[in-house]
Design a protein around this ligand. Sequence first.
Ligand SMILES: [Zn+2]
Length: 391
Amino acid sequence: MHTTWYLSGARLVTAHADIANAALVVENARIAAVGGAAAMTPPAHARALDVSKFILVPGFIDLQFNGGFGHDFTAQPETIWQVAQELPRHGVAAFLPTIITAPFEKIQRAQSVLQNGAPENFRGATPLGLHLEGPFLNPQKRGAHNVAYMRLPDASSVRDWTPQNFVRLVTLAPELDGAREVIRALCENGVVVSAGHSMATFEEAQRAFDAGIAYGTHLFNAMPPLDHRAPGLAGALLNDARVTVGIIPDGIHVHPALVDLALRQKTAAHLNVVTDAMAALGMTPGKYLLGDFTVQVDETSARLEDGRLAGSILNLRDALVNLMRFTRCALSDALATMTTTPARVLHLENERGDIALGYFADLVLLTADLRVAATMVQGQWAWYDAQELAL
Ligand SMILES: [Zn+2]
């Protein structure tokens, strides 16, 4: 039996609303009522919780997350559920476990892990399906991926890549031979296709958007720099209102001034903050795995031996605060980039990313200085700070 919760008194902030003294009812994993506390009567059977010292916001959604807390999903897909249990401490309620360029058998293993479902008594962030970043990438923009596993796009190998088979998002390089057919096939399967790790020209990128590409993976990273005479993929992603772009606001992957530029140009509706976090997230500096490679991690970054960036150690709560610092945007806009916007990218905007009637009860209580005090996932408290809240 799920507890019915009545939360009242918080300031509720979402992409579209800012309500002082709000109240909501959570029943059977979903939001059963929401509005001003003055106009609401708590259901008799509900457990009431005064949350008046907090800001109540939607649970965060991370579309690019390679692992954390010592585990790498590409090296060991079996760790997805274990790592998912740690994510609510950073406000994350849902995410796409990301598998970087690897043999197809590895992708099948990751699909099986999600197919088998959560272990008993699981309380953690919901995996919404995989983000497959590769193997159809351009070796010239390999980043921290293993070129030995990169392949040309081939429609016959993506037939079973569907949301029902736990594939949600695929990053590929649209300039590669065969990409057009694969983009079409994936779009028909209901998979979101993204351009990334790519040398695509501006014109090639535009044709890829025409073919169905709707997203750009970590804008500015693993693509040629923005050149005013040859705007390339970065210019096309910035310029085209049809596409949403992922961005990593750790202050290292992209200069804060260009994060600001990207937000102004794309708006919060088409800018999606991701962490691209890797195994060292939540751990001490040292050596960690990303796919096949050993990555040296210090206090702020994760790099290969030659200095190339290899994922981040950013968490979404810090990303929220960084975005506000880099751009001076409002909390509602910063929240949009990691709630309503990723939900819409995945075509889940009618049940995730917002606090509204019938939506999954994915909620975060933030302190006044925007620390995560508690995270609810589908109606259950998945993590809370006992210093802040007694549950
Ligand atoms: Zn990447």
